[in-house]
Design a binder for this molecule. Structure first.
Ligand code: A2P
Ligand code: MG
Ligand code: MG
Ligand code: MG
Length: 355
């Protein structure tokens, strides 16, 4: 039964898997940031890190939890890597996975290229409301990764359709608040690991392995004092709609634009009070883009719903069925936020029908 399980060892395995994947991604991103302009336009580093991260997470979960049946819903699959011309990429991924494993030293394993493909392809599950399913985005925020900005490794566990635990590794997120940008920001210590287990609260620790501290969403009650997060990429979210909502709420601070589910982590520790996400028409949200962030923020005392105020339902397979968008905030601000969202959405659709 989902309600009596403690998920203790699953959480430990998830933290281990995400931390190791973060180490692999950092290795690649560091080389990328130092590389010349020409190689920066090359998308292959993120491809290598993306597949490498998925292979490592799958391997660590299977190794740490050998007695459990294994189902993984993940973003990537190996079909492109099995094509002619991908041999070099597959070789680079395999080397990267093996060197990350050997630096860590916990596992005395060397993977073959075929092992890597098999590990990646354990992620083909469809999820759903029965049984347990891991949910993984091996790199969330690929655009941020390529820019040298924020990205996350996002891993969650579904049990009978509910998110029961989640971890978010954010290698570039400062350990202290990002609410006040300061000129010394380049000296800030970075690398956060957020984790949450159902009924147990949410925690943050350094990816370098310090002890974890409990985190809470902002206690702000007056929306005028709130600040909000949205996607860095305008193509991912309707920034015009979020600015209308912010105006209706009387929010005075400009939006903080960052990539990836790092937004959920930052919100869960109170760096900002609202996260607005309104993808353009026709975009379907995937469960791996929200499951880990959702439990981190809700266990930190926050609420996340769609624009109709419905709870997010992770039990429908690989996609989330949503009304319009996703809104996240604390319990005090949610009623006013929901009203502002619904008014703004109504006005937008009325003005669209007048055109
Ligand atoms: N057109 C799109 N609209 C919304 N989200 C998108 C779009 N294209 C990709 N994404 C996904 O949005 C998430 C990043 O969102 P953001 O940084 O805007 O919060 C990622 O999951 C990214 O995929 P990926 O995981 O491949 O990076
Ligand atoms: Mg993603
Ligand atoms: Mg991704
Ligand atoms: Mg992607």
């Amino acid at each position: 039964m989902a309600s009596t399980a403690s998920y203790e060892k699953e959480l430990a395995a998830a933290k281990k898997a995400a931390s190791l994947a973060a180490r692999l991604c950092q290795t690649v991103q560091k080389a990328l940031v130092q590389s010349d302009v020409q190689s920066k336009s090359d998308k292959s580093p993120v491809t290598v890190a993306d597949y490498g991260s998925q292979a490592l997470v799958s391997l660590v979960l299977k190794t740490e939890l050998p007695s459990e049946s294994f189902s993984l819903v993940a973003e990537e699959d190996s079909s492109d890597l099995r094509k002619d011309g991908a041999q070099d990429t597959l070789r680079r991924i395999t080397e990267l996975v093996n060197s990350t494993l050997s630096i860590d030293g916990t596992y005395n394993i060397t993977l073959s290229e075929e092992d890597v493909l098999v590990a990646i392809d354990s992620g083909k599950s469809e999820g759903g409301r029965n049984g347990r399913h891991w949910v993984l985005d091996p790199i969330d925020g690929t655009k941020g990764f390529l820019r040298g900005d924020q990205y996350a490794i996002a891993l969650a566990l579904l049990d009978e359709g509910r998110v029961v635990l989640g971890v978010l590794a954010c290698p570039n997120l400062p350990l202290t608040s990002i609410a006040i940008p300061d000129e010394h920001s380049s000296h800030k210590q970075v690398g956060c690991l957020f984790s949450a287990k159902i009924g147990d609260g949410a925690f943050m620790q350094s990816l370098n392995g310090s002890s974890s501290a409990k985190i809470h969403v902002s206690a702000i009650e007056n929306s005028k004092d709130a600040s909000f997060f949205e996607s860095f990429e305008a193509a991912h979210s309707m920034h015009d709609l979020s600015s209308v909502i912010a105006e209706k709420l009387g929010v005075q601070a400009p939006p903080v634009r960052i990539d990836s589910q790092a937004k959920y982590g930052a919100l869960a520790r109170g760096d900002g009070a609202i996260y607005l996400r309104f993808p353009h028409k026709g975009y379907r949200e995937k469960i791996w883009d929200h499951a880990a962030g959702y439990i981190v923020v809700t266990e930190a005392g926050g609420v996340a719903t769609d624009a109709a105020g419905n709870n997010l339902d992770f039990s429908k397979g690989r996609y989330l069925d949503l009304d319009t968008g996703i809104i996240v905030t604390n319990k005090k601000l949610m009623p006013a936020l929901l009203k502002a969202v619904q008014d703004a959405v109504k006005e937008k659709s009325q003005s669209a029908s007048l055109l």
